[in-house]
Structure formats: structure tokens, C-alpha cells
Design a protein around this ligand. Sequence first.
Ligand code: CO8
Length: 261
Amino acid sequence: MSDALALVEQGDGPVATVTVNRPAALNALDADTLSALLEAFTTLADEPAVRCVILTGAGDKAFVAGADIKAMAAMTPAQAGALGQSAHRLGAVIAGMEAPVIAAVNGFALGGGCELALACDFIYASRTAKFGQPEVGLGVIPGLGGTQLLSRRIGLARACELLFTGAVIDAEEALRTGLVNAVCAPAELLPRVRAVAEAIARRAPLAVAAAKRAARAGAELPLEAALELERQTFAGLFGTADQQEGMRAFIEKRAATWSRR
Ligand code: CO8
């Protein structure tokens, strides 16, 4: 395996896989790993041929075991602020890119690792996965969006319990709370996520991008404004070549061929 901190595999297909690659440190995020991830996602966001991205961790033990505690131990507030800024920038790139991003959580997703998974559009987990925000046990709080994203995913009270206790939950509990969409046997995780990613990649590109935009932006708006955003986005797709092709293909009982126009 290459020694790049963020491995990107794409081949000729529409699905790219990004692997956080620091297995000796359970894929903990230091500044270099964050930069490598930021560069990988920024590049993928600019590639229209990429229709869905899978994010996972190298090895069979961890997705990401958090921010690198050894690197953070001596940080000043200014250095921590800079780290938090690149962490938030990474979350913003994942949220803002057209292609959906699926986290395939194959082990520990703790602290920044749980947050990185939450920054993705949705999460599939291996039965061995463990989730938690243990930061309060280290004298800090989450810094990659966890104080905000966790409550949006599982509700404020459940999020507060995890944030205040630092408790670690297993994949089944993560499934029950809605933190993850599905739990699979370890060997089935990547094939299953790949099948979901390929199903997404077969759908109309502009429509998938519009659905992601409307769902994500709308979730931050009052309902009326969110529905207005939906109306505009829905109407804006009419007249596109893909809307015409998609509906014609249905009527003619054939598969659609998308042109991304
Ligand atoms: N940082 C640095 N090194 C780590 C980390 C980490 N988060 N996690 C594991 N490692 C290293 C260990 O130090 C060890 O290295 P070495 O062999 O050199 O001692 C190696 O990975 C293997 O780990 P363990 O021997 O500890 O493996 P175990 O199976 O015994 O335990 C655990 C696995 C339970 C996951 C354990 O490693 C652990 O508790 N890790 C720390 C988990 C944690 O507290 N994470 C939260 C960190 S704080 C945070 O994430 C703040 C988010 C800020 C976001 C903004 C920036 C991105």
C-alpha cells in the first residue's frame, strides 16, 4: 500500500474511494493527514466523472480513532484554532461537493473520527465499529463539527449524553439511534457500500447533486424557506436534457442515458 496519508482510488468508474491511511496510529488525524484529506476531496469535487465517494480507514481496526492526541498535547489555542479551521474546511468541502460521500466505518470512529463520518452524507458501519466523542475525557470538546452534527443526526438529548459522558457505543446502538444507516459483517462493508455508491452513480447527475444541495441546505432553514428552496430546485431541473431524457426513457420503457445537462 502507498504511504500517502489519504489514498484515492478511482479506476475508470464513477465511484472513488478515499482511505485514511495511518494504520499504525489507528488513522488518527494530524495536520498532514487533514491536509491530505482536504486535497483529496477538493480534487474529487472538481471531477464531474466522480459520481459518489466512499470514505474509509486503512486496516481492520479503525476508521479514524480521532484527532492525533500526541500532536495536540502541546498545542497552543492558536494552533488548535488553526487545526479546527482545517477540520471545518474539510467538512465544508464534503458537504458542498456535488457527489454524495458515504462513510464506510470499519472500526473505531472516535472523536474527530466520529465527526468525520458525520460530515459525510450518510454512514454504513461494520459490526465491529465503535462510535463516541471521548473529548471531555481529554479536557476538550469536539472540533470537527461534532457538537452540532451529532445532535442534528440523533437528536439533542442523545447527542448531549454522548458528548457529556464520552461513552463509546457499538454499531448496533449506533444503528438504533440513527447515527448509521446500516450495519454489515466486516467483509461485506465495502462491497455493500460500493453497491449503494454505484446505484447513486446510475441516477441523473444533476438531480442527485440537486437532491444533496436541497436536503443539506434545507435542513438548516425554517420549513417554509426550505420548501421554497425545494420548489426552486425542483423547477430548475425542468428543461434540462436529463429531465427530458429521464422521463422519455421511462415512457419508452428503456434505460436513460445521462448527459449531465
Ligand atoms: N491520537 C494519536 N495516536 C493514537 C490515537 C489518537 N487519537 N488513537 C490511537 N493512537 C495510537 C496509539 O497511541 C498507539 O500508538 P503506539 O503503538 O505508538 O502507542 C496506536 O495508535 C494503537 O493504539 P492502541 O495501542 O491504543 O490500541 P488499542 O486497541 O489498545 O485501543 C483505542 C484503541 C481505544 C481506539 C485507543 O487507541 C484510544 O482510546 N485512542 C484514542 C481515542 C480518542 O480519545 N479519540 C479522540 C481524540 S480527541 C479528538 O478527536 C478531538 C477532535 C478534534 C477535531 C479537530 C481536528 C481534526
